[in-house]
Design a protein around this ligand. Structure first.
Ligand code: RTP
Ligand code: MG
Length: 141
């Protein structure tokens, strides 16, 4: 199996409720290693750039406003099949449809305020990681 990296964001609804450690516990229990992490306040241009693929969607404005509304924690996760594994433990976008034990089932508030982001492909993970981290900030054990 391939060792991959994926990009994660612990979103404002989760940082505001002091759930960074709870989310990280689920990540680590699944065997993913947090190889880079920082708490930042996303700027509006950064949020618009990050979610540019959704710019024509009706929820785009709401989404970027939410992402800049409080600090977020950006992370790089590493492990076997990290991209798919993280999507699996995040659960469905809408927490009402998320499987038991997933981060969104446990913690998300709504389809918009859904606690975490995870890359949807290895290619996008590389692009997203590069938006927030330089290679010397990523430190596998
Ligand atoms: P993410 O990109 O954040 O990991 O989430 P995802 O792949 O599961 O969902 P995606 O379709 O990429 O949507 C990105 C984020 O936009 C917000 N959203 N709001 N109000 C709505 O109907 C709606 N739909 C999506 C969510 O925060 C979602 O995670
Ligand atoms: Mg997505």
């Amino acid at each position: 199996m391939a060792i991959e990296r994926t990009f994660s964001i612990i979103k404002p609804d989760a940082t505001k409720r002091n759930l960074t450690g709870a989310v990280n516990a689920v990540i680590e229990a699944a065997g993913l290693q947090i190889v880079a992490q920082k708490r930042i306040r996303m700027s509006l241009p950064e949020a618009r750039k990050f979610y540019a693929v959704h710019k024509e969607r009706p929820f785009f404005g709401e989404l970027v406003d939410f992402m800049v509304s409080a600090p977020v924690v950006v992370q790089v996760l590493e492990g076997e099949n990290a991209v798919a594994k993280y999507r699996e433990i995040m659960g469905a976008t809408n927490p009402a449809q998320a499987a038991e034990g997933t981060i969104r089932k446990l913690y998300a508030v709504s389809v918009g305020e859904n606690s975490v982001h995870g890359s949807d492909s290895v290619e996008n993970a590389k692009i997203e990681i590069a938006q927030f981290f330089s290679e010397n900030e990523i430190l596998p054990a």
